[in-house]
Design a protein around this ligand. Structure first.
Ligand code: ADP
Length: 643
């Protein structure tokens, strides 16, 4: 094949520009990234070779090797892993195959990545970090079992070249033509230091030829007198290769845990929590789990984040992102689980059904939930960091994990009518500060805090100083359906059905007043209802309004508009449910309408005002009115009358 010149996909070039121009704060990490890729490639080959020994027969010793060329100022990182076919090369290097990339790059641009290197961390620049230190990168690769090899080369300036390669053995080698500011990456001491710091635990030897000019030694190890210096080359292993999760907890330093986290998660930021434990007894396994401090950009995509829990069996890597080890609502956790009780030839399908895996999943779930509980109790700030990033994911557990539902409820936080924006209340705190006579936990759903905090539905609750939880995330609607009770108290929407507040005496008084008002406004209400019959299910007097004239309420058992919107967004539109329009008997507008109605039952203003009351109720919920032009006309007409 002649050399083919190809353009990078736009998002790759954008990423490269960011890497080259903005990510200079810690260049050393390029080596960690490339070594990690090499180690991943060996992992994958080792697993494949379990069922196809031929693949590694000619070269069974897995390794990663660093080669330095002092003259050419290059550093080469070579692995004898699985390598890449031409197709794989084109997909993996040169495009970014992950969905959501474009959108993510837009966000990065907006938020000025230079000021936010941690944003890039969420994405993981991996291979492209090579361009932080190199003017030109040459990658040669040969897929295990294939007799073709390929060369890829780029200066990171918009295009790359692809040609036939001359690599005569399986694996990948990446040659970095070091840029002027990065020449020290050929210095032995620097490389030793970086490998020790970032990649010590890599399971395969990271080798390097150490060259010394030394005087030959005599039998006693002393330099031979008069002998000329000779150049010796010894291949040394730079890393200890100790699997970090197999080591006793007391011997692992925090930095080591953190570096290992970055290796398994492809994240750049330190984790929020590290959970390291071994289970002994009927089923034995070791787990090293991490709770990240930042959500990866693909957290909420259908396929979920790319890097999850790695599964090892008898020291052999089986798969990364082993979904069967974690319930989906804990998919933010990362790390490693190693078990000796599983067979080596497991597949994803088998794992889903495997009894041992189910037990490990149960244990891991319990461990993570109890870590979260203790974090919430002992270090609230950390818990808030966690909750802001992953609370939405955790909430899904209410719906899908009945066994742990009660534990998850304890971990939930909500903003409320008594918290400032960005501050939260737990259900425990809520119930502890409930007012006398309050029997239920009140909430309001909506699309944002702003859309609910001034809602007319809240009026009577504010007046009586009863706290109302703001449920403003789409997932809230789903968890509410199966939430059940908390501390024997039901959750009750303040925008649905009747509400029942206050002491027996207060209620008696309110009932009497309502009876009186009902008599007075009976005919007017009938009239309003007739004129709005296409839009509302019923018109009635309200217990919940103190200042506003009207509001809309969902009938008990009906679907609310937020839920309808969610279904519509999922392309499953539901027939629109009509709601109940409630009117405030103490509002002067109702009084005025009643006067007009008493004077002339056919006064057309009644129908117009009814429409306006309905439109107002929609607007206060942030819902668009059906006919904005007509709404504007009615308002203008009123303004003219006011002269
Ligand atoms: P990530 O490692 O986060 O997936 P990278 O940009 O570092 O992202 O690499 C992209 C892909 O290229 C990898 O997922 C892998 O499939 C492939 N790749 C990178 N380096 C190697 C290597 N040394 N051997 C085989 N495949 C590799």
């Amino acid at each position: 094949m002649a050399t083919e010149k190809k353009e990078f996909k736009t998002e790759v070039q954008q990423l490269l520009d960011l890497v080259i121009h903005s990510l200079y704060s810690n260049k050393d990490i390029f080596l960690r990234e490339l070594i990690s890729n090499g180690s991943d490639a060996i992992d994958r080959l080792r697993f494949k070779a379990l069922s196809d020994k031929e693949l590694i027969k000619d070269d069974p010793e897995f390794r990663i090797k660093l080669h330095v060329d002092n003259e050419g100022k290059t550093l080469r990182i070579e692995d004898n892993g699985i390598g890449m076919t031409r197709d794989e090369l084109e997909v993996n290097i040169g495009t970014i195959a992950r969905s959501g990339t474009r959108q993510f790059m837009e966000e990065l641009k907006k938020s000025k990545a230079a000021d936010n290197p941690e944003l890039i961390g969420q994405f993981g620049v991996g291979f492209y970090s090579a361009f932080m230190v190199a003017d030109k990168v040459t990658l040669k690769t040969r897929s295990a079992g294939s007799d073709e090899s390929w060369t890829w080369e780029s200066s990171g300036d918009g295009s790359y070249e692809l040609s036939d390669g001359d690599r005569d053995k399986r694996g990948t080698e990446i040659t970095l033509h070091l840029n002027e500011n990065s020449r020290d990456y050929i210095v032995e001491f620097r490389l030793r230091q970086i490998v020790k710091k970032y990649s010590d635990f890599v399971e395969y030897p990271i080798l390097m030829d150490i060259i010394r000019d030394e005087t030959p030694k005599d039998d006693e190890g002393k330099p031979k007198e008069g002998a000329e210096k000779q150049t010796t080359v010894t291949e040394e292993t730079l890393n200890s290769m100790k699997a970090i999760w197999m080591r006793p907890k007391s011997e692992v330093k925090k930095e080591e845990y953190n570096e290992f986290y970055k290796h398994v998660s492809h994240d750049y930021t330190d984790p929020l929590r590290t959970i390291h434990y071994s289970a002994e007894g009927k089923i034995e396994f070791k787990a090293l789990l991490y709770l990240p401090s930042k959500a990866p950009f693909d957290m909420f995509q259908q396929e979920g984040p790319k890097h999850g829990i790695h599964l090892y069996v008898k020291r052999i890597f089986i798969m990364d992102n082993c979904e069967a080890l974690l319930p989906r609502y804990l998919r933010f956790a990362k790390g490693v689980v190693e078990s000796n009780d599983l067979p080596l030839n497991v597949s994803r399908e088998i794992l889903q059904e495997d009894a041992i895996i189910k037990k490990i999943e149960k244990s891991v779930t319990t461990k993570i939930l109890s870590e979260l509980k203790s974090m919430m109790k002992k270090s609230g700030e950390d818990y808030l960091t966690f909750y802001r990033e992953f609370g939405k994911v955790l909430k899904e557990g209410i719906e899908v994990d009945p066994t742990n539902k009660d534990k998850i409820k304890e971990l939930l936080l909500f903003e409320s009518s008594r918290t400032e924006p960005g501050k939260y209340v737990s259900l425990k705190e809520y119930t502890e500060r409930m007012v006398l006579d309050q029997k239920e936990i009140y909430y309001i759903t909506g699309t944002s805090r702003a859309s609910v905090e001034n809602s007319p539905h809240l009026e009577v609750f504010k007046k009586k100083e009863i706290e109302v939880l703001f449920m403003v995330e789409p997932v809230d609607e789903f968890i509410l359906a199966g939430f059940g009770e908390y501390d024997e108290k039901k959750l009750k929407s303040i925008a649905q059905g009747d509400i029942d507040l206050g002491s027996e005496e207060e209620k008696k008084l309110a009932d009497e007043q309502k009876k009186e008002a009902s008599g007075k406004f009976k005919k007017l209400i009938k009239k309003v209802q007739d004129s709005l019959k296409d839009d509302v299910k019923e018109v009635r007097l309200s217990d919940r309004l103190t200042d506003s004239a009207s509001c809309l309420v969902t009938d008990e058992g009906d679907m609310n508009p937020q839920m309808e919107r969610i279904f519509a967004a999922m392309n499953q539109p539901m027939p629109e449910t009509k709601r109940i329009l409630e009117l405030n008997p103490n509002h002067p507008v109702i009084e005025t309408m009643n006067d007009l109605f008493t004077a002339d039952k056919k006064d057309p203003k009644i129908a117009d005002y009814s429409e306006l009351l309905y439109d107002q109720a929609l607007l206060t919920e942030g819902i668009a009115v059906k006919n904005p032009a007509r709404f504007a006309q009615l308002i203008s007409a009123l303004m003219v009358q006011a002269k």
